[in-house]
Write a protein that binds this ligand. Structure first.
Ligand code: ZN
Length: 93
């Protein structure tokens, strides 16, 4: 293996690592990895490589919770957090 082949291999694997969140996104609602046709909402939130910069919600969760846009998903996360806080306060008092 010469230098050119090594550079080609490094470029190939780094490009796979960079484009992996777009090929196989992770649903933020149920936490499973699904292929791109099963994802309804796929939005870039931050400038960062990997799964941190991309938010995606699958079609199953969209149908289950009635999510049409990304803002609806943010409302769902907020309401889930408030419900969890109220549930924990019941046992604390
Ligand atoms: Zn999901």
């Amino acid at each position: 293996m010469n230098v050119f082949e090594a550079i080609l291999l490094i470029t190939f694997f780094s490009s796979i690592a960079i484009f992996m969140p777009d090929i196989l996104p992770k649903c933020d609602c149920c936490g499973t990895f699904k292929l791109r046709p099963f994802i309804k909402i796929h939005k870039t939130v931050k400038i960062s490589l990997g799964y941190k910069g991309v938010k995606s919600v699958c079609t199953k969760c969209c149908r289950q919770y009635g999510i049409l846009f990304y803002e609806d998903y943010l409302k769902l996360v907020h309401s889930k957090r408030i419900a969890k806080i109220n549930f924990l306060n019941i046992f604390h008092n």
